[in-house]
Design a protein around this ligand. Structure first.
Ligand code: SF4
Ligand code: SF4
Ligand code: FES
Length: 905
């Protein structure tokens, strides 16, 4: 950063010379109104709201009006925010914008949390000096997530800039006719982009609002809020959960510079509705009948006393819940609640990230990478916000063109003009086409083994001491040269891989390239996607493989099986699941939603979701992040670790699982498990800071909201687990970053109040971004290249390799139960290359028999020309297909055909 001295209303201030004046003023704490500028989008000078007076020198008293967002914070710049002409100009701009605005704040969903309201008040505009008719528009149906009220638009253009230029969407645009500009789709319909929900926050007015909140609306200032972590993929985006009257009402972005920044994906923003699903388990169930808590604990205690208890952990349960189970059953009886292959792959990832020289990338690192190779991942569907960051990464290299022309990076349209369609290197090697292909330099399609071979060949091209790939097809050599040259020429190269292909070779090939780059003096980052919010956390606990739980049951060494927040039918084929459940005397399940495993259980205990509990998740970067309870349930729902502790008490065990609070548990866990020692730093303990209110100081109705239960205002519930209080009362001082329940500052009621919490606008939060990294490379040398290079994939007659095809909506277990998400789920299908479908005699949309893993399905054929020959695809995680563990070989036969047939590939 270059520091410049600028003068604001004659006060000398130190500013970042790489920023514009608006950015600099906001970073320095000044209140200057703006609409079209956004720290993630840069400046276009469209709204004229940020006008200030600029003076040539100390003697210049006339000055001239400039747009602060379009003027650099250069050394010696003199400006006035309070100059009367600048103040009058800004008031006139607001007056013009408000002329056609409906002034419907009392009925607007944005009201009370609206940037336009804030800026109007800040600018001093009070009355409307125009008494004629207002421009009006017809609103559109935009799908289950986003509502549309175009009359509130102030034409700032942020929506289309975010949607099209930042997120890569195509179906939202600005339409212009005479004196009207319309922001919407060309016709009614569901917004297609996976990040459409960000329009709710990026639009400074109430044009785009949260349709899921509308279904159970409450005023924003009446929400009780808490810092949370998204549970719908492994990235761990930071969120703010909002509650009213005991139910979860909405999810909002919570800024973390190193993780999600300003944005969430639609699965993360709208998947929260599963918490209020009709399938929620809210009371204990004993033999399928609702039981009291005492009855449940008595039964649980007697099962535990019988002995021979084993436990299955969960990649979507907190570290604390997994640890409590591990302690209750003992480390030797604690099994991973993921398929064995997944556990092996997760352990391999941890090994690669700890033992090799490449560092795991934060999402901020991903965004700033200048050459990327994705191996075997459909990033948009698996780890969506990473895809949004990758979309920005391809702008890094072309930024050098703008640099050469002395155009500052924040001058957005000038940069785009200079750069045109130039994109930095992004290569994708995957079994099928992905949503990032539109920005890819080159995309390669192949079966997982062939992707791995390509990767190993690239590593070899970078470092000749890496193992050779025998029999590489000559047509791939050009691609190998292109990719290796681009990665070697980059300053911040990145390799992305993960668990999606379920192929160790693919992951190892990605690591091989990263290591070869490190050896060549190009420190490369690695980013592995993980399927669940705590996949890494579970593997850091070193659970035993799930198949060994089977063996324990078969060997009669387990009479009680405790399953923690997990549907085992997603981990084992249906036939094995039946055998497993038959072999065990008692099955206890702690979970949130009814599923195949809870249906089979003798005892079901209602486990708190992220909204009803506190805990820690370790994301795919290896960052431990704490989430906090936002609501105090009126039912028997409570944290899994509390159920396990109370069960242990009911059993009369006098062991160390008698933790009274989350802090006790975290201290015990950190002491016992060296890999988790640092998690105490993920957030301050309960007593380390003063009380922090979950309710904003405008919260209303608290004396009356429970009057139907008691006319005496009840005492707010105590929270023994965190410094957050279920009330409006806070102690003195500001909340540490990990405990900020909502961003608010005087005069700043919208989410853009985050400006006041950042060390500089768009940078880290003051006090540091939440979370602590647990996984760092342990050694810089001593690692060795992988040498197991798979042979080329050969399609076998009569057999197809079934690979998982991921969907942002449908592949993840919990969000499927959200009301809005449920409307967008795909139907089960089998995807097939059209040439092979023709050889089988089937057409698109016809039914075909698929036999895999000993199970047969009749599925609709979806033709996908992008699939390699000999490879077919099934939607990952989608019932009833989620019982097939992919990849698997399958047989395909047209309905009525007895024998599988297929032509030569
Ligand atoms: S819809 Fe919102 S974001 Fe888009 S131009 Fe209008 S006010 Fe700006
Ligand atoms: S990318 Fe993942 S963690 Fe982030 S909001 Fe989406 S589902 Fe949640
Ligand atoms: S914020 Fe500066 S012109 Fe819009």
């Amino acid at each position: 950063m270059t520091v410049a001295t600028i003068f604001i209303d004659n006060e000398p201030r130190q500013a970042n010379a790489e920023q514009n004046l608006l950015h600099a003023c906001l970073s320095l704490g000044y209140d200057l109104p703006y609409f079209c500028w956004h720290p993630a989008l840069g400046s276009v000078g469209a709204c004229r709201q940020c006008a200030v007076k600029q003076f040539r020198n100390e003697q210049d008293t006339a000055g001239k009006l400039v747009m602060a967002c379009m003027t650099p914070a250069a050394e010696g710049t003199r400006i006035s925010i309070t100059d009367t002409e600048a103040v009058a100009f800004r008031a006139a701009v607001i007056q013009g914008l408000m002329q056609n605005h409906p002034h419907d704040c009392p009925v607007c969903d944005e009201g009370g949390e609206c940037h336009l309201q804030d800026m109007t008040v800040m600018t001093g505009h009070r009355s409307r000096g125009y008494s004629f008719g207002k421009r009006t528009f017809r609103n559109q149906y935009l799908g289950p997530f986003v509502n549309h009220e175009m009359n509130r638009c102030i034409q700032c253009q942020r929506c289309v800039r975010f949607y099209r230029e930042y997120a890569g969407g195509h179906d939202l645009n600005a339409f212009h006719l005479r004196d009207s500009i319309y922001y919407g789709r060309h016709e009614d319909g569901v917004l297609e982009n996976e990040f459409s929900g960000n329009l709710v926050e990026i639009c400074p007015t109430g044009v785009f609002t949260d349709a899921t909140l509308k279904r159970h609306y409450t005023r924003k200032w009446d929400l009780q809020m808490a810092p949370s972590i998204c549970v719908h993929c492994g990235l761990g985006c930071n969120t703010t959960a909002g509650e009213r009257y005991g139910s979860l009402r909405r999810m909002e972005n919570r800024y973390n510079h190193e993780v999600n920044g300003y944005f969430l994906c639609d699965r993360g923003r709208f998947g929260y509705e599963f918490v209020e699903s009709s399938q929620r388990i809210r009371y204990p169930l004993l033999n399928h009948q609702v039981a009291t808590k005492d009855e449940a604990l008595e039964r649980f205690g007697s099962m535990l006393r019988e002995g021979n208890v084993i436990g299955v952990g969960s990649p979507r349960a907190s570290l604390e819940a997994n640890y409590a189970l591990r302690r209750l059953v003992g480390p030797n009886h604690f099994y991973a609640g993921v398929p064995d292959d997944d556990l092996l792959l997760l352990s391999a990832m941890l090994h690669i990230l700890r033992e090799g020289p490449a560092r795991s990338a934060s999402l901020n690192d991903v965004e700033h990478s200048d050459a990327v190779l994705i191996m075997g991942e459909d990033v948009t569907s698996v780890s969506p916000v990473m895809a949004l960051k990758l979309r920005q990464s391809v702008r890094q290299a072309p930024m050098r063109i703008a640099d050469g022309l002395h155009i500052p990076t924040w001058l957005d349209h000038a940069v785009r003009e200079a750069v045109q369609d130039a994109k930095g290197p992004l290569f994708i090697a995957s079994p099928y086409s992905t949503k990032l292909d539109d920005i890819a330099t080159t995309a390669y399609r192949g079966a997982p083994d062939d992707l791995a071979r390509l990767g190993f060949a690239i590593a070899r091209a970078i470092d000749a001491t890496a193992p050779e790939v025998p029999g590489l097809p000559p047509e791939l050599e050009t691609m190998v040269a292109e990719i290796s040259t681009a990665l070697l020429g980059a300053q911040r190269p990145l390799l992305v891989s993960g668990l999606s292909s379920r192929s160790r070779s693919v992951m190892e090939a990605a690591a091989q390239i990263a290591w070869a780059l490190c050896k060549a003096g190009r420190p490369a980052n690695l980013s592995f996607t993980t399927p669940e919010c705590n996949s890494f956390g579970l593997s850091l606990m070193e659970p035993r493989p799930f198949s060994e739980a089977f063996r324990a049951i078969e060997g009669d060494q387990a009479s009680t099986l405790i399953v923690l927040e997990n549907d085992l039918s997603r981990c084992v084929p249906a036939s094995e699941m039946t055998a497993l459940l038959r072999g065990v005397r008692h099955l206890v399940v702690l979970d949130h939603l009814v599923n195949a495993t809870t249906e089979a259980a003798e005892l079901v205990l209602p486990a708190g979701t992220f909204a009803e509990s506190d805990g820690t998740f370790v994301n795919s970067e290896g960052r431990a992040q704490r989430f906090f309870q936002v609501l105090d349930p009126s039912t028997d729902v409570q944290e899994s670790w509390r159920w396990l502790r109370e069960g242990s008490v009911a059993a009369g065990f006098n062991n160390e699982t008698q933790w009274q609070s989350l802090d006790d548990l975290i201290v015990a866990m950190a002491a016992e498990m060296p890999a988790l020692r640092a998690i105490r730093m993920a957030a301050p303990s309960h007593s380390a800071v003063g009380k922090i209110a979950r309710e904003p100081n405008r919260y209303s109705g608290r004396t009356a909201m429970l009057a139907n239960i008691s006319v005496h205002e009840p005492k707010p519930p105590d929270d023994p687990d965190s410094a957050l209080a279920f009330s409006m009362e806070s102690g003195p001082g500001t909340a540490p970053p990990s405990l900020i329940p909502f961003f608010w500052a005087p005069g700043w009621n919208s989410i853009q109040a985050v400006n006041k919490f950042q060390s500089e606008v768009g940078g880290a939060l003051r006090g540091g971004d939440p979370g602590v990294r647990l996984i760092e490379p342990l050694q810089e040398s001593g690692w060795q290249y992988f040498s197991a290079i798979p042979p080329q994939f050969k399609a076998q007659p009569g057999e197809w390799l079934l690979v998982p095809i991921f969907h942002i909506f449908g592949s993840e277990e919990l969000s499927r139960h959200a009301q809005g998400v449920a409307q967008l789920l795909p139907r089960p299908y089998v995807a097939l290359n059209p040439i092979e479908a023709a050889l089988l005699g089937v057409q698109g949309h016809e039914q075909i028999k698929v036999t895999a893993d000993g199970v047969q399905f009749e599925l609709e054929v979806m033709l996908r020309a992008d699939l390699p020959r000999g490879v077919a695809g099934l939607p990952a995680g989608l019932p009833p297909l989620d019982s097939v563990l992919l990849p698997a070989f399958c047989k395909l036969s047209p309905i009525g055909a007895e024998v599988s047939t297929r032509g030569a590939p």
